[in-house]
Design a protein around this ligand. Structure first.
Ligand SMILES: [Zn+2]
Length: 126
């Protein structure tokens, strides 16, 4: 069975989407991702790098390392909530609607990671 490109519902072989609504949402997503793909991937890379560096220097410079990692987690979390751009393979696997949900969950996870690091810092500094 062929599946709707957006929501993954089963559809007939002549269709791409199950409804006009799905087609519209799919188009909206691709417009958004065309416009923001570059800044998105730049911020993404910088934040992941910042989190790695922050964790790495945490044992030597706790407040600075933690501040760097927490800031990057928060920025990445907000970025993924506002612009939930999944990877191509996620879209293929889950279809767009679900892949965006998973990406938003990753964003929430990033924020929790930031909180966790704050907690660690509080424990280490107390
Ligand atoms: Zn659909």
């Amino acid at each position: 069975m062929k599946k709707c490109e957006f929501c993954g519902k089963e559809i007939s072989y002549d269709d791409m989407y199950c409804s006009e609504d799905c087609e519209k949402k799919n188009l909206q997503y691709y417009n958004l991702s065309n416009r923001f793909a570059k800044p998105f991937s730049m911020i993404n890379v910088v934040c992941l790098f910042g989190i790695t560096v922050g964790m790495f220097i945490f044992p030597m410079a706790k407040p600075f390392g933690a501040a760097l990692a927490i800031t990057c987690c928060a920025v990445l979390g907000v970025l993924l909530l506002l612009l939930p751009f999944p990877t191509e393979s996620m879209i293929r696997k889950f279809k767009l609607q679900k892949a965006m949900k998973v990406t938003r969950l990753v964003g929430v996870g990033m924020m929790f990671l930031g909180l966790l690091i704050s907690g660690l810092l509080a424990i280490f500094l107390s």
